[in-house]
Design a protein around this ligand. Structure first.
Ligand SMILES: Nc1ncnc2c1ncn2[C@@H]1O[C@H](COP(=O)(O)OP(=O)(O)OP(=O)(O)O)[C@@H](O)[C@H]1O
Length: 300
């Protein structure tokens, strides 16, 4: 488990990360979403022990991470800016990581390089941006670490490659409980892979929830009633996040399970009613509107 408690980091007058508290559980995929400059990379660099927090603590499996080799053996960090030793080939990287990570799987590395059609003997600085990302991802997978930290890792991959990488991640998560922390400025990118998403804004966490719980506990309802109704009475004891009425059709975003909402509407004998799940994007719009933010201006 990774535990960050009240972590802050400031660069001169800029508060890059401001009092972040987050728990990342094993086997979960933790997504960190936010605008440019929200503090995602700074947070990941502190998780990786590259930067020391000004205050607060970060513990990986109970160990402080900064300047702690034992803790650093537990994760692989794929940075947003790709850095490779000059003139290095993927084969050189393999040799390097085999020394750094005792569990590095050289055979798997060879197979994945073949599968991704990357030449192990070519200099990495002659690869395209997307190819460099692929090399880093393959190294990260083959390092066989418990955690993998990905900073905008899916950016720069074409859609086919993105899907291929996502399915490799899914396999690692099911087969060996790998725990990825993925930073992205694109919520849609995270929707089909993350279990938990934290929304970062100006260095702070605005919102952090399990997607499964979120999807179960918030719904969109469309309904029509024969006569005029008091909609607050119809949905008594159910929190309504948004209510719209066009003609006789109500479109409502409500907090509650599908069963709770359906039961409440049925009591008012609707002419028509339908309870639908929300997309992650819609959930984020509703939840951030409640706390006074227009997320469409932030990340969509
Ligand atoms: N080394 C540094 N020196 C000075 N300021 C920095 C440094 N690193 C980050 N910052 C500042 O901290 C803030 C957060 O930056 P960070 O790179 O963490 O954001 P981000 O959410 O990863 O953004 P992006 O999506 O653009 O990568 C920004 O205002 C940035 O200018």
């Amino acid at each position: 488990m990774i535990e960050a408690v009240n972590v802050s980091k400031q660069f001169d007058k800029i508060k890059a990360v401001d009092q972040i508290t987050a728990t990342i559980r094993e086997g979960n995929v933790f997504g960190l979403v936010g605008t440019n400059g929200a503090g995602k990379s700074t947070f990941l660099r502190m998780l990786s022990g590259i930067l020391k927090p000004d205050s607060g603590s970060i513990k990986i499996d109970g160990m402080d991470v900064y300047e702690n080799i034992k803790a650093k053996e537990l994760f692989f960090y794929i940075s947003d800016d790709q850095y490779f030793f000059s003139n290095a080939t993927p084969k050189d990287l393999k040799t390097y990581y085999q020394i750094a990570y005792s569990g590095f799987d050289g055979g798997r590395f060879d197979n994945l390089m073949k599968q991704f059609e990357l030449d192990q003997h070519r200099k990495i600085n002659t690869f395209s941006k997307g190819m460099k990302k692929q090399v880093s991802i393959i190294c990260g997978i083959c390092a066989n670490t418990k955690y993998i930290f990905c900073d905008e890792t899916f950016d720069g991959l074409d859609p086919v490659m993105r899907q291929a990488v996502k399915s490799i991640f899914a396999k690692e998560i099911t087969e060996r409980n790998m725990t990825p922390v993925i930073a992205s400025h694109n919520l849609r990118e995270l929707e089909d892979i993350c279990d938990h998403v934290g929304l970062l804004h100006k260095g702070g966490i605005l919102f952090s929830k399990d997607l499964f719980d979120m999807k179960l506990s918030i719904h969109k309802v469309q309904c029509v009633f024969q006569n005029e109704v008091d909609i607050n009475q119809v949905f008594e004891n159910i929190e309504l996040l948004k209510t719209e009425k066009r003609g006789s059709l109500y479109t409502i975003t409500a907090r509650g399970t599908s069963e709770e909402i359906t039961k409440r509407i049925a009591m008012s004998n609707p002419v028509f009613s339908e309870v639908l799940p929300l997309t992650l994007e819609e959930i984020f719009i509703s939840e951030t509107e409640v706390v006074g933010y227009d997320i469409k201006k932030l990340i969509l």
